[in-house]
Design a protein around this ligand. Structure first.
Ligand code: HPA
Ligand code: ZN
Length: 331
């Protein structure tokens, strides 16, 4: 079987995806137009040409600007349902994804507008496509602790919609420890704890995510391999890493996909997974990430099966559901 087809037919879960990062320029223009909001670009092509990033911050500036056209429940529904439609075409059966409430509430869009649109699309994804999903509230780390605490209080009436809390945005200068108190509150409510760490930031930030935030899963974590003790802890505790190959390439975390650490990490026994992060901005959805990394690192079909199986092991699905999907991999 050809590589592409092999990847397509593998059951897979996506565990690192920002819904705002699935905003394709075509939909951005359509929603901007119906809401009477002008984008600073004159065409879809011009938007795509702007997607050249030297680092995380250059991407974030454009990503936050794009989200400004989202105003109404239907906008959040359309964004989310478009993503699930693509995932259905890619053989994805489960998704655990982030949204950034502060990006919207800071513009005067209400928490409930955002949640209603997103969760209605999640319900439809289940009934139309059989795709299950879980929503993760992500805190913007470049904003203050106070803003994060206030956001968590605003989220309280909606906590039943969330499986977890995460930490994203500009990493350097914003260590995980800045948000210890917010994450403590979230843990007390039974939410799973996630954090982006070690994408651009040092291993010390990953240690903090482990020891101070007490994460259940690590987003990115590329730079963990600089610290042997850290690698050992991640292996011993089987803390999952959600790696994002095309994101790493576009944001110059790696200069070339052949330098990507995922194969080394697999060899070390780390629980690594493949994900797409912000696919509309980074040039590929989940299958394109599997394809690109398989080609660059010459991964075998067994490696790919392992990565797909890991996506279930690392998920927050019930144990019996994990086993059911993993067994499908080896028929
Ligand atoms: N890193 C940090 N913040 C983000 C990312 C990312 O890859 N994507 C969306 N917000
Ligand atoms: Zn991310």
């Amino acid at each position: 079987m050809e590589l592409k087809q092999f990847i397509q037919q593998l059951p897979k879960a996506e565990l690192h995806l920002h819904i705002e990062g699935t905003f394709e320029p075509e939909l951005m223009f359509a929603i901007g137009k119906r809401n009477g909001i002008e984008l600073k670009y004159s065409s879809v092509e011009e938007v795509r040409e702007a997607y050249q990033f030297a680092n995380l911050q250059e991407f974030l500036d454009i990503y936050y600007a794009g989200a400004q056209v989202l105003l109404y429940e239907q906008d959040f529904y359309d964004l989310t349902f478009a993503y699930f439609t693509r995932m259905h075409q890619q053989g994805v059966v489960h998704v655990e994804f982030f949204f950034d409430p502060q990006t919207h509430t800071d513009r005067g869009v209400s928490f409930s507008t955002v949640i209603k649109g997103i969760t209605r699309a999640m319900d439809d994804a289940r009934s139309h496509f059989g795709i299950s999903s879980g929503l993760i509230l992500s805190v913007l780390r470049h904003l203050s602790e106070e803003s994060a605490l206030q956001t968590f209080e605003e989220a309280r009436p909606f906590l039943s919609y969330f499986i977890g809390i995460g930490l994203d945005s500009s990493e350097m200068g914003h260590p995980p420890v800045k948000f210890s108190r917010v994450f403590e509150k979230a843990r007390a409510e039974g939410l799973k704890i996630l954090a982006h760490a070690g994408e651009e930031g040092p291993p010390a930030y990953i240690w903090q995510a482990l020891n101070e935030l007490k994460i259940d899963r690590l987003d990115h974590g590329n730079r963990s391999i600089e610290d042997d003790d850290l690698v050992q802890v991640l292996v011993e505790r089987q803390i999952a890493l959600t790696l994002c190959p095309l994101s790493n390439l576009k944001l110059q975390v790696v200069k070339d996909l052949r330098d990507h650490p995922i194969k080394y990490m697999l060899g070390k026994g780390m629980l690594v997974t493949v994900n797409s992060d912000d696919p509309a901005y980074f040039g590929g959805y989940l299958n394109e990430n599997y394809e690109a990394i398989a080609e660059a690192l010459n991964l075998s079909k067994d490696d790919l099966r392992k990565l797909a199986a890991n996506s279930f092991t690392a998920s927050f699905l019930h144990e019996d559901e994990k086993q059911r999907y993993i067994q499908m991999m080896y028929v």
